[in-house]
Ligand binder design. Sequence first.
Ligand code: FAD
Length: 510
Amino acid sequence: MQQVDILIIGSGIAGLTYALKTANHFPDKSIVICTKADEIESNTKYAQGGIATVMNFEKDSFEKHIVDTLIAGDGHCDPEVVSLVVKEAPERISELIAWGTRFDKNTQGEYDYGLEGGHSHERILHYKDFTGLEIEQKLLKQIHNKQNIQLFTKHFALDLITTPVTKKCKGAYVLDVEKNAIIAFNAKVVMLASGGSGQAYLYTTNPAIATGDGIAMAHRAKANIKDMQFVQFHPTALYYDGFNPAFLISEAVRGFGAILRNKFGVAFMHKYDTRKELAPRDIVTRAIHEEMQETKSECVYLDATHLDAYEFRKHFPVITDTLESIGIDPQIDFIPVIPAAHYLCGGIAVNQHSETSISYLLACGECSCTGLHGANRLASNSLLEALVFAHRGYLKTVELLNNSISDPINYTYTRNKTVKNITTELEVVKKEIQEIMSKKVSIIRSNESLEKAESRLLYLQRVVDLFDKSYQTTPKLNEIRNLLTVALLITQQSIKQNENKGAYYNISLC
Ligand SMILES: Cc1cc2nc3c(=O)[nH]c(=O)nc-3n(C[C@H](O)[C@H](O)[C@H](O)COP(=O)(O)OP(=O)(O)OC[C@H]3O[C@@H](n4cnc5c(N)ncnc54)[C@H](O)[C@@H]3O)c2cc1C
């Protein structure tokens, strides 16, 4: 048992921002961040395009960013949340800059705002094409300088500790992977910042850590989980077998002028939407899917051959180097791309103060559902949402800690003693979950495909429950259990969705 004031699960942009803010406010409180892999491994690290914000009011406005977000969300956003996120953005981003984050500037020394799909104006702050890595590194540097933050890597959160009757969160059980020991952290406030769940699909831009652990833990603790049917597929992941996760060709490349072409070299987006390549992601993804079916091809192509070579490399050095490493020269060759699972719009339901339906349990970042994204996230709004709701969660924490009384617990985690290596069996189950989700709960769904998926996932759940009852817990066993929970939530909430909206498309409803 370890007593702490604040326990944070996850070390991406959401967890680190919240940690820094609370540590600055409460120099005498103990703050622990548990993260299951290395400190830097996160979806945040892979973010390329940047952060959307309106800071140039001559040509752009908050109203335009709000309208763009609402349109992309297809009528399912919470307009109040959209407004507050857009309006708080400049302040939150100036904090990131004060913590050392760099964003590209033009030759006049002004920010070089990028353009992405669904945005009516250039408003994406970026650092080359590795904005997420830049943010993550600068946040970690700040965290390392804080005396009152302890960051434990290879510490895998297994389950939340909640009181049975009052539904109050009291901490979490965490597996210290290297010592193979379970720690019960007793905390006054718990922040879940555990990221997304792209690993539920075969082809995803999300790294291996994205198994929806926080959402599954919150679900087991009976927190409200919503909008899971809205899984966003990014239209343009590189079509190439050798990268896992799939390598993203940022939306900013289309914002820069690249054109989508089918296997005959014909541009096709004008057939699907007047905004062509810069329509919101759900529309571009479905257009690519349809075009691939019509032309019986395994991918489509991004054509950047007409773009200025020097400027392209300057803006997209990682993309250019990666393509060249596999023999694709974007100046000469078309880039093969296909849609890949990218972002979960739904998650743990939170209010405007990052509070979940369980008291003293907060959530922010991709594991949460704030109402900002509605049925389809607008590009580059997700890092922004994490910043805004980390801040709001911090303000709520100040209130909660000022009113909290010390209330230690004495729970114990009963751990099965039987150790058995079931890695191969678990890999087989993971592959099957990914295949079911990719075939039946994907870009285009049907009532029949959803029902079949649910029934097989329920069977797999019984198998994994049996593993869980029989053998000692491992990170892998837990990840598969969590992935199954998330896959079922996506499928079952899809079955309840009776209208096609944003990223959700069911042919039986047409
Ligand atoms: C390739 C790619 C490009 C993207 N580009 C952009 C972009 O340009 N702009 C934009 O706005 N968004 C972008 N996104 C989305 C954005 O990066 C994420 O939504 C955002 O970074 C999520 O931040 P987070 O802090 O919520 O989660 P993450 O950054 O994923 O962090 C989650 C953390 O939780 C930890 N964790 C998970 N489970 C456990 C557990 N059981 N125990 C302990 N720790 C755990 C993980 O190890 C990790 O440290 C992109 C995403 C990807 C994958």
